[in-house]
Design a protein around this ligand. Sequence first.
Ligand code: NAD
Length: 304
Amino acid sequence: MTANVLTVGFVGLGAMGGPMVERLISAGHRLLVHDVSPAALAQAEALGATALPSPAAVADAAPIVFVSLPTPDVVKQVALGAGGLVEGSAMRIYADLSTTGARVASEVAEGLSAKGVAVLDAPVSGGVAGAKAGTLSVMASGDRAAFEQVRDLLETIGRGTIHVGEEVGQGQTLKLVNNLIAATVWAATAEAMVMGAKAGLDPAVMHAVIARSSGRSFSTEVFMPKAVLERSFDFGFRLELMRKDVRLALAEAEALGTTMLTCTTAKQLYDHAYVHGGEGQDVTALIRLLESWGGAEVSSQRRN
Ligand code: NAD
């Protein structure tokens, strides 16, 4: 049990939010939660959280509120829409753990700061496994004093939380930079692995060699072994969320006027994979599209 027990609101109990809530409860905090999914709510209640009927109800009872939601539009709706957090009277600090871009972060900051709420963005990296283990990388920005008040909570869900700047949205921008790199490296890795498989190399041998060579990355170390070689395609990050991140990052690049030749091509691949495979597929399923185009499978079963 923690020495300092806090009442924490949490909206969005999905692949990332669910395990974060579990860790916060295990650390002894009192969790007041909301989600549109009754199943997600029931799961959090079973862990000891109190389910509330709306974001407004959460913000009416919790001084600190975290959100972990899928898209910028949902974050805006939950924060500022009808029945949203803005209608609650107890919330003093709001932190967005989702990946939603700097623009939404500033819009939400404008709406909530008018009500005297300190706004932080604290996007995370490290996947569902990182959320379960409490090893996420957390990149927070916004008012330093508010950050210090939630630092211990962020340290419960991550390891090595970094305050990247005083301006709301800077954490979001850094997260988009990170995910643009991750998405593009994954696209290139998938293409190259399919090429090797088509040439007759054993995918498991390719993986073992690349693991000790300069082509290694999060894609080869984490995506490849179980999700791809063993064909489970269950890393836990939906392809449409990665596509959203790439699109948000490229919109930011467009606004800033920086060149994005490689990343723009990767975006087209994610667009194709989304149209081809539909909603709900895992980000690791991107390789299936390339396998179908290339006529070779990157499988440890060597079915090629
Ligand atoms: P998810 O879709 O699994 O979870 C989102 C949750 O939000 C769901 O439980 C959903 O029911 C709930 N929700 C949707 N609309 C809502 C609303 N209007 N009100 C209340 N609840 C609502 O997504 P996730 O994988 O947990 O990702 C959450 C955020 O974290 C995203 O922004 C994503 O980009 C980011 N992220 C995900 C990962 C990952 O590996 N999954 C890693 C880092 C960051």
